[in-house]
Design a protein around this ligand. Structure first.
Ligand code: ZN
Length: 281
């Protein structure tokens, strides 16, 4: 351990500066979305089986809702632009803009060079939770996704129903491609309903029993045509462990709602990022 300098306390006392103030971030028209949603009709639904994943498609201007059914369960969500899967959900930039956990009004941003909102959260029945005494909150963009590689590294295991593998199988089946091709598209997730944070003393990533109960939901407005994949995590409510078959696991419901034709006539999907891409050359 290095010796602290004489002015250590003064250096620590410097107040933080928000990296990305969001006052100039283009804001979603939540009132328009709410008005459109009132009149929307259900187009499709699917049930994601426990310790498994499924894909779904949502058109630009449609809504999708993820609901806890039967028992407390967390879900790992991947999103891609349906027409170009190289544009996909960027958990790190979403975290940098909106914070460690997301809720109503926050947006799920896409990778470079597009960097635009793929979806906007329009409803969250767990928004009452806030930040608990441990620093935990719900719907994080700080985790990655449970995966068999980390399990193997830490415990020598060969477990095949982590979210990473579930998403890989679901995408391979949906697109009719090989597992190794599908795996390249799987990316860091939005941890739907998961309650997580970093420990205050060691800064380690923690999870705790999710406050989700059957009937709770998180709902999104699709800003572009989306391909989604959702895994019902083998951790169940993530109260004890993941990456095994030990936890009680439940399905998750995905529903897609379409607006009444004409109601979005004045709405335009977000455009590609305006940076010219020349990188100084
Ligand atoms: Zn998982």
């Amino acid at each position: 351990m290095s010796h602290a300098p004489k002015d250590a306390a003064a250096r620590r006392a410097v107040p933080p500066v928000i990296c990305y103030p969001t006052e100039t971030l283009p804001q979603p028209d939540l009132a328009l979305y709410a008005a459109v949603r009132d009149d929307a009709t259900k187009q499709a639904e699917l049930l994601v089986k426990p310790r498994d994943a499924a894909c779904f498609r949502v058109g630009a201007g449609q809504f999708f809702r993820i609901t806890s059914v039967e028992g407390p369960q967390v879900g790992d969500l991947n999103l891609w632009h349906a027409a170009d899967m190289s544009e996909r959900f960027y958990s790190g930039k979403t975290r940098a803009l909106h914070g460690t956990h997301v809720t109503t009004g926050d947006r799920l941003w896409s990778s470079f060079p597009a960097m635009r909102p793929l979806a906007t959260i329009v409803a969250d029945t767990l928004d009452w939770y806030g930040i608990d005494a441990f620093g935990g909150s719900v719907h994080d963009v700080i985790g990655t996704r449970c995966d068999p590689y980390t399990g193997n590294l830490l415990a020598g295991s060969q477990y095949h129903h982590c979210c990473h593998s579930n998403l890989t199988r679901a995408l391979a089946d949906d697109l009719g491609i090989a597992l190794h091709q599908a795996e390249r598209h799987v990316h860091d997730v939005l941890n739907v309903f998961m309650c997580t944070g970093f420990t205050r003393d060691t800064g380690q990533y923690f999870m705790k029993k999710s406050p989700v109960r059957p009937g709770d939901y998180l709902e999104f407005f699709a800003e572009v045509d989306l391909l989604g994949a959702l895994s019902a995590c083998p951790g169940g409510d993530c109260s004890a462990e993941h990456s095994s078959d030990a936890a009680a696991c439940f399905p998750l419901l995905v529903e897609v709602f379409a607006p009444r034709p004409g109601l979005l006539a004045d709405w335009t999907p977000p455009t590609l990022n305006g940076y010219d891409g020349s990188h100084g050359r």
